[in-house]
Write a protein that binds this ligand. Structure first.
Ligand code: FAD
Length: 318
């Protein structure tokens, strides 16, 4: 199976990808796989599988006391990638994150994936802990994704984290990284953020997948600025169909994105989740149509809680 990077570089009509979140610890894999079935008929170019760091929760321990429990809330990324490939023949792109993991643990993930023949990944720093205000680095972990990119490139050459040399994998990893048309929340400004994005591309990333945006002009400006500083790899737009009233406040707060005036005005007129869902389909379909007309190689859909909406958009666009 060719890599995502090779697929994106080849001539083809605008393709589609989406993401799967592993089920909450102990949840049913079959239910998760069933939930994406409506999207399989659109022949996704690849499917991303997210990775989530350890979370802390407090459970009652009797007598008014609470027990602190730390657990990976959503384990299973690598296994789901393998199931997707084996069962559905889909190109699977598991996410590798720095948060929570030492370099040695990341190396172990790369070894597992390599043995499974899964050599497409998305290299990310990862979100900060939910209760923390800043990202904390694991002992012997990476501060930023560019350094993770370099570890993957080293692995491709057989250079291990302890300095030893190993046999280089027969199929090297190819990987994408994240980009932010409206700037990452921690960046001083968009220029410094794009300079940091360039460091990830210079460290081996073959493509960029953007954070969600609701105003295509932000994406086109971002791509223009990337090209101005010499980022030549594909920049895959990320779209999120809105599905609920609560997202009006939630998405700008969590993802540091703006709704354009026309969309925010329309959202304010909605009185139910059903109305937001209809609006979300119309809006994202219009975005996708324009992006397709401009010839983007693929569109990535943030499909969490929105599989039916993405399917409806795909029916209209593809
Ligand atoms: P970085 O590239 O490290 O950037 C983070 C910040 O640091 C930016 O402000 C950047 O400008 C700055 N920076 C970068 N390099 C340097 C440097 N060398 N020196 C100083 N500053 C630097 N999170 C998850 O936990 N799991 C997921 O599965 C997941 N999937 C995602 C998929 C996509 C497509 C996107 C867009 C995001 C995803 N995220 C995920 C969220 C992501 O992990 C967070 O946005 C995180 O805060 C930043 O990750 P990054 O890889 O962009 O980090």
């Amino acid at each position: 199976m060719e890599s995502v990077a090779s697929f994106l570089a080849a001539e083809h009509p605008t393709a589609l990808s989406f993401e799967i979140l592993p089920p909450v610890r102990g949840g049913s894999i079959e239910r998760t796989l069933e939930s994406i079935r409506p999207l399989l008929e659109f022949n996704p170019a690849y499917v991303n599988i997210t990775t989530h760091r350890t979370e802390v929760s407090y459970t009652p321990a009797g007598g008014g006391a609470y027990r602190c429990v730390t657990a990976k809330k959503r384990p299973g990324t690598v296994a789901i990638a393998a199931v997707l490939r084996e069962r559905f023949g889909i190109r699977a792109v598991p996410h590798i994150i720095c948060g929570d993991y030492s370099r040695g643990e990341i190396e172990d993930q790369l070894i597992d994936l390599s043995y499974l023949g899964i050599t497409d990944v998305l290299a990310l720093r990862g979100d900060r802990e939910r209760a923390a205000s800043v990202f904390t680095t694991s002992p012997d972990g990476h501060n930023h994704a560019d350094s993770l990119c370099r570890q993957i490139e080293d692995f491709n050459k057989g250079r291990m984290v302890d300095g030893s040399e190993a046999e280089a994998p027969s199929t090297p990893f190819t990987f994408g990284v994240a980009g932010y048309p409206e700037k990452h929340e921690e960046a001083m400004n968009l220029s410094t953020d794009i300079a940091n994005l360039k460091a990830k591309v210079d460290s081996g990333a073959s493509y960029v997948v953007t954070q969600m945006f609701f105003d295509n002009s932000r994406y086109f400006d971002f791509v223009g600025r990337c090209r101005d500083v010499g980022i030549t790899v594909p920049v895959i737009p990320g779209l999120k169909p809105l599905t609920s009233l609560r997202q009006m406040a939630l998405l700008p707060r969590v993802f540091h994105i703006d709704f354009p005036d026309e969309l925010s005005a329309a959202l304010l007129r909605c009185t139910s989740d059903a109305e937001v869902r209809t609006l979300g389909i119309e809006w994202a379909a219009a975005q996708a149509r324009e992006l397709r007309e401009k010839g983007v190689p693929s569109i990535h859909f943030y499909s969490m809680h929105a599989v039916q909406s993405v399917a409806e958009i795909a029916r209209r666009i593809y």
